[in-house]
Design a protein. Sequence first.
Length: 307
Amino acid sequence: MASSRTPMRDERECEAESSIPIADRMVALARYIESRPDEPLSLADLGAVVGLSPSRVQRVFKETFGVSPKAYQDALRLNHYKQALRTGQTVTDAIYDAGFGSVSRVYGKADRQVGMPPSRYGKGGEGETIAYACRATSLGLLMMAATDQGVCFAEFGDDETALRDQLQNEFPKARLSPSEAKASPELDAWMLALDEHLSQNTPRPDVPLDIRGTAFQTRVWKLLLSVREGEVVSYTELAKRLGEPKAVRAVASACGRNRIAVLIPCHRVLRSDGSLGGYRWGLDRKRQLLERERLGCQSCRARDGGL
């Protein structure tokens, strides 16, 4: 009888004696999970690390990060799996080396799937030709790149060489081809239209997109396409629209991983308190984009008689 109560007493004492805030313990626990992506970790194991009961560690971790410890570890395994595919491992070997245990563990749930067939993701663009071009815009140097399917990359930067290196890193096995207007007139036209949108407030160009990412990321990015010009949403609201109200941090992470600036308007997502939050290409660019869109919408309303 006494022994059955001991773990509960020890746990309470551990919680009472610990001077480490819960939030810091959750960060430490996340780091612990990150160091063991392929190990089976029970809630009891994780609770022992931070001095919490299994049920409480599950609840507090999810409140802190928006996902359960298991989902967090699965995401780490998925990242390891994708890296293994990029290095040439077979799909089956990559699955088992990542610690999933079976094929169904990877493809059993939509939020664990990669956003494209694994063979295609693993090829890193192998067999594809990606045309790219740079143009100076009012928001700085912009590189846009496109496959046969559409724009797969649009990033701001300060240096063309660095931007090309980023593109190569995204598609390590693709053949990158500097664009000439005659060779890829669509890309040239899309860049011109986007530049005019940025500098002259013309409508955002409606161009085909080749969106590549995990299934969760692509859901977020496609949802962003429905956020209209002049509208802003919070990360919390975006998570609710996605049907994943507790995945706020994951939504913010997906916004940060967006590789197609402006065309996928992640700049329209703010923190719940109205502050800018983050932006891959700098808060000054985010601020300028939002201000231009706000002024553009005001002009449209004035032209249309306030409607």
